[in-house]
Design a protein around this ligand. Sequence first.
Ligand code: AMP
Ligand code: MG
Length: 415
Amino acid sequence: MIDACSQESKPLLSIEDALGKIKASICSISDTEKLTLNDALGRVLAESVHSPLNIPHDRNAAMDGYAFAGGDIVCGHAFTLSVVGTSWAGHPFQGQLHSGECVRIFTGAVVPACADSVIMQEHVQVHGRNIHFPADTRALQNIRGIGEDVKQGDCLVAQAKKLTAVDLGLIASAGIDQVTVKRRLKIAHFSTGDELTALGLQLEPGKIYDSNRTMLSGFLADPGHNVVDLGIIPDHKQLLEDSFMEASKNYDAVITTGGASVGDADYIKEILQNCGEVNFWKIAIKPGKPLAFGKIGDCYFFGLPGNPVAVVVTFQQIVAPALQQLSGAVFTKPLRFTATCTSTLKKSPGRQDYQRGILSQDERGEFFVASAGQQGSHLLSSMSQSDCYIVLPEECKGIQAGDKVIVEPFSLRIE
Ligand code: AMP
Ligand code: MG
């Protein structure tokens, strides 16, 4: 099959340039809201959070054992100290520790003022109140220092971070129960095409079920998004234009699939041009060349191709980073690494190819990738079976089994 790219009159925009244009043209939302930590998972932090406390707040024991003063160590000899009390986690020892004495202590318990060392309970011998310390006992061990994790005033989490469970745990450890985050993005999406049938309806001749909307709903599911599914709009210019105009008034971003190419029933780019402005239209990636990105009023518009695999690739490579930028989050890149390809891959030069692959790792930790099968942009089954993209650069003319390739995993776990 001839790659349609070779018939283009002017060079296509590279994916790097497309992402550059997105970065340069999308203004992050500025509205914020205050949320309790339990509601803040996955939200974009609008203001950096600083610690009002030293963490740890007190010197405390790193293990169960006995706290003592290093001055009581008898250099090179075993020695005995008398246990005079206990420091429990949450219930510090209240007495005074003197020379020749030690305190029973448990992990996380406050170390008594005069002690500077903790010995593991497994290393001592206990005879009633007498605790026998071995000759190799060292001072200044097993104590967690004040502010060792975080100093009072330190930045706990910087603004623009999408909050993870660990971030929230860190903020909680400083006793902070609320954070200021960016408001949710308002996003609408719809499918376009006369052939599309919604799920649950009878399939008439020549029609297909609309799979793109279901996929997009899944891709867009995010704690930082309010997503509205606007259904299926037929290939009718006026109806499409009305839908565009209406959506542009109510949402921060609108995503459509289908009708973005150059067929007689492909109106998306033309409407975007008439009602707003087109930033770019065609990019040098496969699948997914026709992708109309622009703006109507204050609303960003993404007209994705219709073929389902092209929807997945363009969403992940272009729309997801764009939404990240719009949400005010740090602009991140996907994790990529090198693997040995075990399949022969066909590729014509001109576009960056996102072939679907299946990763494996041998016992030495080396990565291998096999083609997930047929690569047509209408073939969702091989996309579903794959766990990574094999990213082939524009100039690549094909891959022989045994060649090194760049892979981009969909998740950090493989089967
Ligand atoms: P288009 O970009 O409108 O020319 O569509 C390209 C291909 O994608 C055609 O085979 C369409 O039938 C198919 N397609 C378009 N929209 C969808 C959709 N929502 N779900 C599944 N396939 C679609
Ligand atoms: Mg169509």
